[in-house]
Each structure stands twice: as structure tokens, then as C-alpha cells.
Design a protein around this ligand. Structure first.
Ligand code: ATP
Ligand code: MG
Length: 473
């Protein structure tokens, strides 16, 4: 320990021109490999240290004070070099998760496939990961399945090994805010300056190890405006099927990032270009091939991008409800051949959610919101009696109405109905009363019958089913 502190102290005293030394924190990191790195100085990389969060700086200071090496790494360094505001800061260190945990009182170890530490400063969380290496023998805590996919990755290593197992050259840069050095093993700075996103190592092998890297390639090139290097892009189409091996929950997280990046449109286009959408939202490809479906999805994605880029919140439930709407619509029409309007939409929703969640593990809290938005679409069919009022009073009316407007804009809804709702929403109480359509005697007597059946309770429960198509309009 004393040796460590002295070494780190000496390291901090080094002149800027010296290469920083790497502290061997554990067995596998004896070979530092720093001689293979380029060290860029401030005048070359021009990173503005002022843009780094205090929490990240404090984390690095805490680790360095305890004799460890610590750097800002990954997306944050890349974003700083591209003059973009990093959305969060990740730190890489030679300290083990337990050592990190002991240094910071407010921290916790997370993850199984990849153990790391969350260090908390108020509401900000800094993710600290230990340098990863390659598994040397069977006892190492690393696991690869028959097709070469890494399913556990907890073998520690040195900084060079850590850089090599990262995905893209632009994501493998290590920044030391203390000395303002940028450590670069894979010419990441040059690639960023030339606007290229390039995978590290042999592309096919890297995609086999982790097929999600294909999605990351598409997402990051769209988000950052970087061109995918030719060799990086080449195997993606032929390897797209490998995504089916990825656990659905991981796919869903990646899809969320992709669609909420503010570049959903470009990402969706790139997904199609590489054939990656087949494995993601099953049947989305079919939807995109129908002119109306494609129009609707494009409008929804453009709308999402606009909201994200102007700093507004986007609800994942709303987004996924739009992506799958034309699936629900097709199935709804089929079910209406033997079921009334509302039960038919419930049956359609069940079908679509079942198929999609097998693949994508859309979280329950999102599927509940999606169902709500979809079910309310059927209620826009009713414009008589109390029904438009009860819809308007629904706590989630706004989301459902925004969704309905997208349907109108895409040409799915009859113009007169779309106009009616727009006027109804904006009108005052008197005008609304004048707009409501008269209830047909048939629907009245039906409701009376239902009220009787329900023991006299109010029966405007359209969202729970029980009305039929003749009630509409
Ligand atoms: P974003 O801006 O979307 O957060 P990011 O590159 O920071 O992009 P993270 O998921 O936060 O993405 O990952 C942090 C870093 O971890 C990456 O920059 C990269 O170095 C490494 N990384 C993430 N996912 C992978 C992967 N599948 N394979 C290899 N390295 C990865
Ligand atoms: Mg990140």
C-alpha cells in the first residue's frame, strides 16, 4: 500500500511530457502496455476541463488519493472531443469494485455480467468500472457461450487490455483531468477528428462476442454524425440475426437509447438499411412496408426527435405505442369480424404485446401505458351522449389525444372526425353540448340493459368493453 502511494505520488509529480505510469492494482495488470499508447496533451486534444462535472472530478481525486489510477472514459470523453455536452461521466480505474466501494461512503456495487460501482453525489451517479482484461483460464470470472457471445465479463486487467475490449476507437480514450492527458491506444482521436466510427479489432469477432455492438454502431453514428467505417459496417447485414441471442431486456434498453437519442429517424433508417430491425420489433418491417404505417411511424419518430432536441420529456410508453400501432390496427380489424369494437381492440392489444414482449421484454410499466393509449383510441369513435366528456376527463387523455392527432396527420382518420375532436377539445361548455351527437335509441336501451346487469352502476365503461360497433358515431 505504501509503495502504491509513493508510486502514485511520483506519477502525479511527473512532467506533462512524461507518459503516466499505470499502477498494478491486481494480478492481471502487470503488463501495463502504456508504451503502446499515444499520449495527447492539452494543446492537441483541447478538452475543456470546465465541462467535467464536479462529481466526476471528485471521484477521480478520491481514487488517485488512495493510490489508484483513474480516468474519465468512454462516451463522455468522446462527446467532449465532439464539443457535445456529455450526458453522464464514466470512470475507469485499476481499483477493484470492493476497493472503490471502500473509498466512497455513498457507493454500491452493481451488476453481475459486468460488476461495477455506482458512486453517488447528490442526484448524480458516477459509474466506476475496473479495467477489464481477457480471461486466461477456466477459473477466471468470464464466460463465453458456444456462439462466442460473452455472457460474463469480470476478469480484471490493465488499461491497454481495457481499451482493446471497448467497442469503438472513439470510445476507448482515457482522460486524466489532473494532468490533462488523453491516453489513446487505438487512434481514437484521429478517427473522431476525421468523423469516423470504427470498431476495435476484427469486426465479425467483435459482433459475435456481443451482437449489441451492431446496434451501438448504428445508434452512435446517427447520434454523433460520424460515418461508419467500411469494415465496421460490412458484416452487419449478414450478422443481423445474431441479435436474436441477446437477452430481451438488454435489447429493450438499447432500443430505448436508440429511439430517445434525438435521432430516432436516422437510427430507424439505418436499422432498416442493415436489416437490424427484423430482430428488434418483430413485424415492424411489415408495418414499414405499408405506406400508411410507414407514414405514421415516421411522423411519430420525427415528433419524438423534436421533443428530445427541444429538451421536452418523451414517454417510452407513447413511443412504443406508436411503433406498434399499425400492428394493433391490423389485428383490431381482424378481431372485429367476430367481436364488438372494444373487446376487439383488447384482443388485438393482447396479441401484439405477447409477440413483442417475447422478443423485446417491454417492461410492464410501459406496456400498461401503451395499452391505455391504445384502448382510448377506440373511444374516439364515440361522439354521442356523455362519452366524449368522459374521455376528455380521463387522466391520460392528453397522451391519447396526441396519439390520435398523429393518426389524423398520417391520414388514417377520416378528416371530419379529426376536425370534430379538434373543435370539441378546444370548445367551451356550450359549444361542446351543441356538438355532441344524439344517442341512438339502440345504444340507449343497450346501456340501460347493461346498467341493470351491473346492479344499477353507471355504465359508461367503454374502456372495459361491452359496446359494439353500431354504437359508434
Ligand atoms: P452514450 O452516450 O449513449 O452513453 P456510451 O458510449 O457512453 O454512449 P455506454 O453504454 O454509457 O455508452 O458505455 C460506456 C462505454 O463502455 C462505451 O463508451 C464503451 O467504451 C464501453 N462499452 C459500452 N458498451 C459496450 C459493448 N457492448 N462492447 C464494448 N464496449 C462497450
Ligand atoms: Mg455513457
Amino acid at each position: 500500500m505504501i509503495k502504491k502511494i509513493i508510486q502514485s505520488w511520483l506519477g502525479n509529480k511527473k512532467k506533462l511530457s512524461d507518459k503516466p505510469s499505470l499502477q498494478a492494482g491486481h494480478e492481471n495488470s502487470q503488463n501495463h502496455g502504456l508504451d503502446k499508447a499515444k499520449i495527447h496533451h492539452k494543446k492537441t486534444h483541447r478538452i475543456d476541463k470546465g465541462l467535467i462535472s464536479d462529481a466526476a472530478l471528485k471521484t477521480i481525486q478520491g481514487l488517485q488519493k488512495s493510490g489508484h489510477k483513474a480516468y474519465i472514459v468512454g462516451g463522455a470523453v468522446r462527446d467532449l472531443l465532439l464539443n457535445q455536452h456529455p450526458k453522464d461521466f464514466d470512470v475507469a480505474t485499476d481499483a477493484t469494485p470492493e476497493q472503490v466501494r471502500n473509498i466512497f461512503r455513498r457507493s454500491r456495487i452493481i451488476g453481475r455480467r459486468f460488476r461495477l460501482v455506482h458512486v453517488m453525489f447528490g442526484s448524480e451517479i458516477i459509474e466506476v468500472s475496473t479495467f477489464r482484461g481477457h480471461a486466461q483460464d477456466e477459473q477466471d470470472d468470464s464466460k463465453i457461450n458456444e456462439s462466442g457471445r460473452i455472457i460474463r465479463d469480470n476478469v480484471f486487467g490493465n488499461i491497454e487490455q481495457d481499451a482493446t475490449r471497448r467497442d469503438f476507437t472513439a470510445n476507448a480514450l482515457y482522460y486524466d483531468p489532473q494532468q490533462e492527458h488523453l491516453i489513446d491506444f487505438h487512434d481514437g482521436l484521429k478517427d473522431i477528428q476525421q468523423g469516423i466510427l470504427r470498431i476495435i479489432g476484427e469486426p465479425k469477432q467483435r459482433y459475435r462476442e456481443d451482437p449489441v455492438r451492431m446496434l451501438r454502431a448504428v445508434r452512435l453514428s446517427a447520434k454523433l454524425g460520424l460515418d461508419l467505417d467500411k469494415k465496421t459496417a460490412a458484416p452487419i447485414s449478414e450478422m443481423a440475426d445474431a441479435l436474436s441471442e441477446v437477452p430481451p431486456s438488454r435489447l429493450f434498453d438499447e432500443m430505448l437509447k436508440l429511439f430517445l437519442s434525438g435521432h430516432a429517424m436516422e437510427s430507424a433508417k439505418a436499422l432498416r438499411k442493415f436489416g437490424l430491425h427484423h430482430g428488434l420489433l418483430p413485424l415492424l418491417d411489415v408495418v414499414l412496408e405499408q405506406p400508411l404505417g410507414e407514414r405514421f411511424v415516421n411522423l411519430a419518430l420525427a415528433n419524438t426527435d423534436q421533443r428530445v432536441l427541444s429538451g421536452k420529456t418523451v414517454s417510452p410508453a407513447f413511443l412504443f405505442a406508436t411503433l406498434l400501432w399499425h400492428e394493433v390496427l391490423a389485428s383490431w380489424q381482424k378481431h372485429q369480424q367476430h367481436l364488438p369494437l372494444m373487446p376487439a381492440i383488447f384482443a388485438a392489444m393482447d396479441d401484439v404485446i405477447r409477440i413483442q414482449t417475447d422478443k423485446l421484454a417491454i417492461h410492464k410499466r410501459f406496456t400498461a401505458g401503451m395499452r391505455e393509449i391504445w384502448a382510448m383510441q377506440a373511444r374516439f369513435e364515440y361522439r354521442q351522449g356523455r362519452r366524449p366528456y368522459t374521455l376528455l376527463e380521463h387522466p391520460r387523455f392528453r397522451a391519447a389525444y396526441d396519439f390520435f392527432l398523429l393518426r389524423c396527420e398520417s391520414g388514417e382518420i377520416d378528416v371530419s372526425i379529426a376536425q370534430w375532436w379538434q373543435q370539441f377539445v378546444e370548445a367551451d361548455a356550450n359549444s361542446r353540448a351543441a356538438m355532441v351527437l344524439p344517442e341512438t335509441t339502440k345504444s340507449k336501451s343497450k346501456r340501460r340493459r347493461r346498467r341493470k346487469r351491473n346492479g344499477g352502476q353507471a355504465a359508461d365503461n367503454s374502456a372495459t368493453g361491452g359496446t359494439d360497433q353500431h354504437d359508434a358515431h
